[in-house]
Design a protein around this ligand. Structure first.
Ligand SMILES: [Zn+2]
Length: 267
């Protein structure tokens, strides 16, 4: 059964079997902030009910990035201000409807008909409050910072920092339990985002998939991402063959191949 884990004072993580997704919740004195909303209207409704088990306070939402599993459940949070990076907003406006259709078809092809049906009934909620480099929110009197890290896992990844609890939500910039996803990524600059993460004085880091981690885990993943960036750079400059890059990668071949394609397509 899915439950909330209180990772620090009134800061929660909630991990799901579906896609091993992890969402978050920060509760202040008279407001709360929901970090990502799951992938469709039914999943969003489940999350909204779970938030109401913790707090009756008015809610705001922040998207860590534009991927469907993190932000397509928001219609279950009526009236919420929705924070996101400006490029996350752009991505959702330009590609959100296509993503909705694509994932519905994919789930239907996998025989997961109830999720496909839920996606077909889902209305996207675009961000209402856009962040460029940084924003500071008061969540029921509690300070929460939103920080942009540059082009990394996607174009518009935001960190959500809760300074008084020393917790950082990082979306899919760091993955626990599976290799990072490179499909929309910028492999050459992604390691820099993890350097930004490592600069925060936090004790708990909550990834977008899998259990909470610490900064040692982030440092290890930065080394792997640096290795991927280096392999991509070498292949792009014809110093290394694709076969050698795949053989020397810290990640499985299909992940590495996707990273290479991302870099080669923008060469
Ligand atoms: Zn993602």
């Amino acid at each position: 059964m899915t439950t909330w884990t209180e990772v620090a004072d009134r800061v929660y993580a909630r991990r799901y079997a579906e896609l091993d997704l992890t969402v978050g919740l920060v509760v202040g004195d008279d407001g709360c902030l929901v970090i990502d909303t799951r992938g469709d209207l039914e999943q969003g409704a489940e999350l909204a009910a779970a938030v109401r088990e913790i707090t009756p306070h008015p809610w705001a939402v922040v998207y860590t990035h534009a991927h469907f599993d993190h932000c397509f459940g928001t219609s279950a949070f009526p009236g919420a201000a929705v924070w996101a990076h400006r490029l996350c907003h752009k991505d959702m406006v330009e590609h959100g409807s296509d993503e909705l259709r694509k994932w519905s078809e994919r789930y239907r092809a996998e025989g997961k008909v109830s999720i496909a049906d839920a996606l077909d009934r889902t209305t996207l909620v675009m961000p209402t409050d856009l962040v460029d480099d940084r924003a500071s929110l008061s969540v029921g009197g509690r300070e929460v910072e939103l920080v942009y890290v540059g082009l990394a896992h996607s174009s518009g990844d935001l960190l959500v920092h809760v300074p008084d609890a020393r917790v950082l939500f990082v979306g899919d910039l760091v993955e626990n339990g599976a290799p990072p996803q490179f499909g929309d990524s910028h492999p050459l600059s992604w390691p820099t985002a993890l350097t930004t993460i490592l600069d925060f004085d936090v004790v708990v880091v909550v990834p977008g998939h899998g259990d909470p981690i610490d900064q040692d885990f982030v440092a290890d993943q930065r080394e792997e991402l640096r290795s991927i960036a280096e392999l991509c750079r070498a292949v792009a400059s014809d110093e290394l063959s694709t076969e050698d890059a795949l053989a020397n990668s810290p990640y499985p071949a299909d992940f590495t191949r996707t990273a290479l394609e991302r870099v080669l397509s923008t060469r």
